[in-house]
Every structure is written in structure tokens, then in C-alpha cells.
Design a protein around this ligand. Sequence first.
Ligand SMILES: C[S@@+](CC[C@H](N)C(=O)[O-])C[C@H]1O[C@@H](n2cnc3c(N)ncnc32)[C@H](O)[C@@H]1O
Length: 194
Amino acid sequence: MKDIKELKEYASVNNIPIMQDDGIDFLTTFIVKKQIKNVLEIGTAIGYSAIMMARCNNDVHITTIEKDEARYMEALKNIKKFDLEDRITLIFNDALNVKLDGEYDLIFIDAAKGKNQDFFEHFENNLSMNGYIITDNMHFHGYVEMPEEEITSKNILGIVRKIKDYTYFLENHMLYKTTIYDIGDGVAVTERRG
Ligand SMILES: C[S@@+](CC[C@H](N)C(=O)[O-])C[C@H]1O[C@@H](n2cnc3c(N)ncnc32)[C@H](O)[C@@H]1O
């Protein structure tokens, strides 16, 4: 686990947002419990969550997309260091410009928080019949639950409103049902109805 600790330290020192410990525990436990084999991740950062997911089982494959070049390069290095090049496919692009043919039994959305619905709609056709979509940061560091008058940053308020719209979209979707768990920064688990 020493190398994983180093990844987390690198993220912390360089101000790179990665999943919180209880969020990653939830995600990896979910992958094992639901016997997930193919994951699509939107938002690689330096590869921490992709590596943690790939380490759940030797037959787990991850496709992960990152648009920031420096983070993509760091993720490439880390995936190599963990000897996971054959099970983690890293794509350098804006996820909304990426078209994929494959089917995934888990789509994990952890990128620009104001664009969750765009990512969801862009990739929902890649979800396998019994698949799940997991979205992180549904609480956005507690801002989503705060009275809006107390949020002084226009930028943060804009993201908070987008997350609220996304929550409404998920909770009222005719085709999917969603549970939001108070784990980490708030994790939404979505699956098809019926
Ligand atoms: C919260 S970090 C991902 C953390 C990572 N999942 C982890 O826990 O190790 C979000 C990442 O998404 C990337 N991102 C934001 N918008 C994106 C987009 N449209 N396409 C691809 N990557 C994007 C950011 O550059 C950032 O590195």
C-alpha cells in the first residue's frame, strides 16, 4: 500500500482532487459486490481511483478519460508504475468529444461537477442492461446543503445549482432510479428501473 500512499500524498501536495477515503471504499466494495468487470471513468486526474478500481480484481478493466494534459501524463506514469497498462485504457480528451462503442457495467462520473448531466446523457447508451452510473461529489463539499445566500462565490453557486438540477434530473428520471448516499462527498448510484 506504500505506493498508493504516495499517490495520495502527490495529489494532496499538488492540490489535485481525488476521491475521499470513504468514497473510494464504497466504490471498490461496490465493484467487488456487484462483480463489475468493465468500468468507464470520466475524470482520471492522476489515476488514483482508476488504479484502486483495477486492483479490486484481476478481471476488472477500466477505460478512463482525462482532458488535462499534465494530469494525463502523470496518470500514464502511475498506471505503468502499478503495472496496469493492460487493464486501464487512458484517453486524453474532453469526455464530451469522445464517442465509445463499448458497453460498461459501471460508468463513474467524477469530472467537471457542473457537467454531470451532460456526461450522463453523452454516455448512457454505453451502459450495459444491468449496469450502474455512479456520480461523486453530490454534496460538493457541503455547499449543496447550505442556504444559497451564504455562498459568496458566484462560481461555486453556479456549480451548486447545476448539482441541484442534476439531482432533480436523476430523482425524476423515468428510466432510472437513483439513491444518494451520504458517503465521502455524496455518492449517487443510478440503475435502470424495472
Ligand atoms: C475530481 S478529479 C478526478 C479524480 C479521480 N477520479 C480520482 O478520484 O482519482 C476530476 C478530473 O476530471 C477532469 N475533467 C474535468 N472535465 C473533464 C472533461 N470534460 N473531460 C475529461 N476530463 C475532465 C479534470 O481535469 C480533473 O482531473
